[in-house]
Design a protein. Structure first.
Length: 438
């Protein structure tokens, strides 16, 4: 695990809470967006860092009685120097002050203190970086082909509103990011129990997202997996037999609105037929229906069949075709079912029935494609590495564990990951995939 870059939040493994501060004191608090949980590192001598509290401009300080925030230079310099070390095979970090060798930043979820190193979960921390995810492609070299980027994506992207009348089958839980990041067993169990109690008529098995399409795009997602039922001369978003209270026209509208606000971004959109098609009387093919959704706004659609450079695709939706036709990047011909496969131009890992295949086989398949994509960053292949799946538990329960496992397994530094579609993607994994481009 590399040290955090830019602004970040620090999550406590033992409690799932976040390191917070008010300019004078530091304490635990639940994750929020008010800015008081944001920190930056300032490098210092001999491998130490200063922990700068962004909101107040003060530094994390070891005081005679506990911990707090003070202005730089207001006390003995060693009290504001911290050693940040990776532990548990780079999964977590520990922090210790230069002023108290052998003592670690510790806490019980209520109080913060220093304690002798003991290897316990109360002394382990992880971080979530914060940066402008809505415009992350804008600073990239536009000559890079789209297949050579690391792109966070979603699987069954339109399922946030799969419940009756658009209500989610799983309630959108504001602390989902926090429990994913901290990997605290108690809070995870509580969240899953809450979701199970809220599920509607089996819809929990159909829902794969809690973010809407606009929310996904703002969060940094740049690949959308859109499943359409061709029904009564319309394209309706489905996951199997479940209608998601959304049309393809709605998805196109949301994507165009995002691209108008962020013209340097690009969206890869896979479109696939879903469920049974019936009641269609106007003679239009599925492909014609897809293209007609952009009628009058064709400048926002790319139907190129090659892997174009980013500059040629800025401000556009690049079609990835999973239906019979001739437009867009062809993913129909060689898409493997519940397997790893594809062709020389398109490599895909889409093992989804984890109950049948086994969790170990899913993990092996993910790692295999990850190794392929990182070993060949400059070839003419597009990689899709799906982190989604289901087992005995729902997609939400599987994602809670699998997403975090992938985050811990990602190599650090710049690398080529390909497209990584996820169920319920936590922001720290989205950020990590984006960061791998730089």
């Amino acid at each position: 695990m590399r040290l955090p870059y830019g602004e970040f939040s620090l999550y406590h493994l033992g409690s799932g809470k976040v390191l917070d501060g008010n300019g004078t004191d530091v304490y635990f608090y639940g994750a929020n967006q008010d800015g008081y949980q944001r920190w930056e590192l300032r490098p210092a001598a001999d491998g130490y860092v200063q922990m700068w509290h962004v909101k107040s401009g003060h530094l994390l300080t070891h005081r005679d009685k506990g911990l707090g925030l003070q202005a730089a230079g207001s006390t003995d310099a060693k009290r504001q120097l911290w050693r940040m070390e990776p532990v548990e095979e780079n999964r977590y970090l520990t922090l210790s002050p230069a002023s108290a060798p052998g003592q670690m930043l510790d806490g019980n979820g209520s109080a913060l203190y220093l304690h002798a190193a003991n290897g316990g979960s109360f002394q382990k921390w992880s971080y979530l970086e914060h940066f402008e995810t809505a415009n992350w492609m804008g600073t990239m070299d536009g000559r890079r082909p789209i297949n050579q980027l690391s792109i966070p994506g979603t699987h069954d992207s339109g399922t946030a509103t799969v419940g009756p009348d658009g209500a989610p089958a799983l309630r959108d839980c504001s602390w989902y990011d926090a429990i994913c990041h901290a990997q605290n067993a108690y809070t995870q169990t509580a969240w899953l129990a809450e979701q199970a109690a809220y599920q509607v008529a089996g819809g929990a098995w159909a829902q794969c997202q809690t973010m809407t399409i606009p929310q996904q795009l703002v969060s940094g997602i740049r690949f959308l997996d859109i499943r359409c039922r061709h029904y009564q001369n319309n394209l309706l978003i489905h996951h199997g037999s479940f209608y998601c209270n959304l049309s393809f026209a709605d998805v196109v509208r949301d994507c165009i609105a995002f691209l108008q606000a962020h013209p340097k971004e690009t969206i890869l959109m896979s479109v696939k037929p879903e469920y049974n098609h019936e009641g269609n009387t106007d003679g239009r093919s599925f492909e014609r229906m897809v293209l007609d959704a952009f009628r009058g706004q064709e400048q926002y659609l790319s139907t190129r069949t090659d892997y174009a450079p980013l500059d040629a695709l800025r401000g556009k939706v690049q079609l990835v075709r999973r239906f019979d036709g001739s437009t867009g990047i062809d993913a129909q011909s060689n898409w493997p079912d519940d397997a790893i496969g594809g062709s020389a131009k398109l490599r895909i890992q889409d093992v989804y029935n984890v109950k049948l295949q086994g969790k170990a086989e899913k993990a092996v398949a993910q790692v295999q494609l990850l190794q392929e994509s990182t070993a060949h960053p400059d070839n003419d292949t597009l990689y899709f590495n799906f982190l989604s799946g289901f087992a005995i538990e729902t997609p939400a329960a599987f994602a809670l564990v699998n997403n975090h496992a992938m985050y811990l397994g990602l190599p650090s530094g710049r690398m080529h990951l390909g497209v990584m579609p996820m169920d319920f993607p936590p922001s720290y994994l989205i950020n990590a995939i984006i960061r791998s481009n730089f």
